[in-house]
Design a protein around this ligand. Structure first.
Ligand code: ASP
Length: 370
């Protein structure tokens, strides 16, 4: 189980809702949730259960805090999006062509503010912005004033003052983009916040699934791996269950605590890969995130023995099942090279679909979703 210290590193709870408050305490979070008075009793019970079972699973309590309304067009998570907003974004993404520049965002300034490593998300947001005619600038923790100790919000105010029209933000702390959105009057796009959400990944995954499976109707999907630490899994659970996809979560208890089944309605948890794969149309693998495993007792060899996706195991799924992975893939760990490069793998296509999906997200953010 992760310690509170670990949780603190991954959480940003505006406990007093004052600018720049980065302190985390589960007590303060629980108090604030209760004070916020906007949670249903069922949701509160679920959160309390989550907090008791694993502080890490309870990594996003601020999602319940009353906030200054984020600027129109912000994309902070999937959990609170309506199904028709998601479908609207996916429809818009289908109309985006990264090869054919459309100057919808000509002259707009988009800042890519990355406090964590990224290859796919960062480059695809940048290409997406440029394909729409926007000007981009990259600000990373190393080489910027962040290194000198500038707070998240002060960095945000600075970027706004130099003329940013939109900030795409990745941060190791859950809730950092929400905090930013609470204080700035420009759209904030969450490009991954701690162990909380990764909404653009969920949208590009949905785009990919619809490309290969045509409809969500009757679909069965399985997510295998480290659900607990995965913002990708969390956003995928929210999105797929909104469309009635039958979703199974599979992994050892350290990665998939039983309480994970309460993340969204209709989720099923199993420890057995064979059971999880039977009849599935979509297999989503997750990277084993070594950077989030401090204090965990999991042995990688055991994980590989029980959960690695191999060609033989893949045969247990439906014949046309697709294999997805948000990347970066670690060949020989969560999957074999044969599976990664095999005919059922759509991993490269997912990366490719990241550009039109993010074009849609940016066009919507800046009011040009035509
Ligand atoms: N690229 C994804 C993320 O940023 C998944 C991962 O890094 O494992 O969350």
């Amino acid at each position: 189980m992760l310690s509170c210290q670990n949780v603190a590193r991954h959480s940003v709870v505006p406990a007093s809702c004052s600018a720049g408050t980065l302190a985390f305490s589960p007590e303060a979070a629980a108090r604030a949730i209760i004070n916020a008075g906007q949670s249903s009793p069922a949701r509160l019970a679920r959160l309390q259960h989550l907090a008791a079972a694993s502080p890490a699973a309870y990594d996003a309590p601020f999602a319940l805090f009353p906030m200054n309304t984020p600027a129109r067009g912000s994309l902070l998570g999937i959990e609170h999006l309506e199904a028709n907003e998601i479908l609207g974004l996916l429809k818009l993404a289908r109309r985006m062509n990264p090869q054919k520049a459309r100057p919808l965002l000509r002259g707009k300034r988009i800042v890519l503010l990355f406090y964590e490593a990224s290859t796919r998300t960062r480059s695809s947001f940048e290409f997406a912005a440029k394909a729409l005619g926007a000007i981009t600038t990259l600000v990373q923790s190393s080489g910027s004033s962040i290194e000198k100790g500038e707070s998240v919000l002060d960095t945000g105010y600075t970027l706004r003052a130099v003329g940013a029209d939109c900030i795409v933000m990745r941060h190791p702390s859950a809730g950092a983009p929400h905090l930013m959105a609470q204080h700035l009057d420009i759209p904030i796009i969450n490009a991954g916040d701690g162990m909380h959400e990764h909404p653009s990944q969920a949208l590009l995954d949905a785009f990919t699934i619809l490309k290969h499976k045509k409809s969500f109707q009757g679909l069965q999907a399985t997510i295998v791996g480290d659900i607990l630490h995965s913002r990708v899994a969390r956003s995928a659970c929210y999105l797929l269950t909104k469309f009635g996809v039958k979703l199974t979560l599979c992994g050892p208890p350290e990665f998939v605590p039983d309480v994970a089944a309460t993340l969204a309605p209709g989720l099923r948890v199993t420890r057995h890969l064979e059971d999880a794969l039977r009849g599935t149309d979509v297999i989503m693998l997750l990277r084993v995130q070594k950077e989030r495993l401090a204090g965990q007792k999991i042995r990688l060899q055991d994980y590989i023995a029980r959960y690695q996706m191999t060609t033989a195991r893949l045969k247990l799924a439906k014949r046309e099942a697709i294999v997805m992975h948000p990347g970066p893939i670690i060949r020989g760990l969560e999957l074999t090279a044969e599976v990664a490069d095999g005919s059922q793998s759509v991993i490269v296509d997912e990366v490719h679909n990241g550009v039109p999906t993010r074009m849609a997200i940016l066009a919507r953010a800046l009011g040009k979703a035509k």
